[in-house]
Design a protein around this ligand. Structure first.
Ligand SMILES: Nc1ncnc2c1ncn2[C@@H]1O[C@H](COP(=O)(O)OP(=O)(O)OP(=O)(O)O)[C@@H](O)[C@H]1O
Ligand SMILES: [Mg+2]
Length: 305
């Protein structure tokens, strides 16, 4: 019996088509925001900036309709917000909190979700993202946005570079047409293309927590039920340069260690050990600083003679 070539998996045209269409239609589904503003510990200035954004919806009727900005700023309902700064400082949390404050669902987009190895497919997926945002009235949130907003490739020699640029151009166009909130988050704002920077109206910088924020973070991540001898003030003072995420992880790691040791209470020493481990792994992970050799004036004069 002969095999119908149209139905055969050996038919390359059919195989290729099914691969190109491999992105499930329902991959871009909005979710209920996971965090609210009360969950995030931030310096006043940053919290204020987030609040400005978060209260935008309440004020937009006043600004656009009553104060007449809908005539002078016709295409300004698109508000691009970029949350940038150190890892683990609450950017993703803040995006959720903004959506929650606006009473909207959030559609989280990671570049990996839209990227396709098939030329021309990534821009199509991007369109699907924007359509999904519109159709579901949710807030678009591009997490790790540098992957998609970084500078366009200027030295185009490869088909892949051409396709990267094509993706960026489509993204610019979709952003221009979109008349709603878009939130971006990144650790690498320096990689953003200026064309995208111009289209983002607010940039909020997230820094590592200061002493007061660290104190509040330690308090926040020690459950009331936990028997412990932890001196929050001392911990906050002793460890700077750590993020909210480090503090949350250290507490959990220490708690599991105490549980494994059948301890009745969590000893501060275990928390210190956990934080030291995190700091050591971060140090090992950061690129080596370039050693600069100091030269004396004499050496300098000799070398430049
Ligand atoms: N400012 C903060 N207040 C309260 N918790 C925080 C804060 N920052 C970080 N955390 C804790 O760390 C976790 C990770 O934070 P989040 O994902 O928001 O960081 P991020 O800035 O998006 O990091 P990345 O740049 O790596 O994506 C949170 O779920 C929370 O448990
Ligand atoms: Mg994040």
């Amino acid at each position: 019996m002969g095999v119908d070539p149209k139905n055969s998996s050996l038919n390359p045209a059919k195989d290729n088509k099914s691969k190109v269409e491999e992105l499930p239609e329902n991959i871009f589904v909005p979710e209920e925001p996971k965090f609210s503003l009360d969950d995030i510990i931030l310096p006043h200035k940053v919290k204020d900036e987030i609040l400005d954004v978060a209260t935008y919806a309440e004020n937009s009727h006043l600004v656009f309709e009553i104060w007449g900005f809908k005539k002078t700023h016709k295409f300004s309902k698109r508000i691009g917000i970029n949350l940038y700064g150190a890892p683990g400082t609450g950017k993703t949390m803040a995006a959720h909190a903004i959506a929650k404050n606006l009473g909207r669902k959030i559609l989280v987009v990671n570049y990996a979700d839209v990227e396709s190895k098939y030329v021309g497919e990534t821009p199509k997926n991007l369109r699907k993202v924007f359509d999904a945002g519109k159709n579901t009235n949710s807030i678009l949130f591009f997490d790790e946005a540098d992957a998609i907003l970084s500078k366009r490739v200027t030295n185009m020699t490869q088909a892949v570079d051409v396709s990267v640029n094509q993706t960026r151009s489509v993204m610019l166009m979709l952003m221009n047409e979109y008349q709603d909130f878009i939130i971006f988050a990144t650790n690498f704002i320096e990689n953003f293309d200026p064309a995208f920077m111009r289209r983002i109206s607010m940039h909020v910088k997230f820094e590592l927590p200061d002493l007061e924020c660290r104190r509040q973070l330690w308090k926040m991540y020690i459950p009331n039920e936990l028997p412990n001898n932890i001196n929050v003030d001392k911990l906050a003072e002793d460890y700077e340069g750590i993020s909210g995420s480090d503090i949350s992880n250290a507490m959990l790691n220490a708690a599991f260690k105490a549980a494994r040791q059948n301890a009745n209470a969590l000893d501060e020493l275990l928390v210190r050990e956990a934080i030291e481990n995190i700091l050591a792994s971060k140090a090992a992970n950061s690129p080596k600083k370039i050693q600069r050799k100091e030269i004396s004036e004499g050496e300098f004069l000799k070398a430049t003679k």
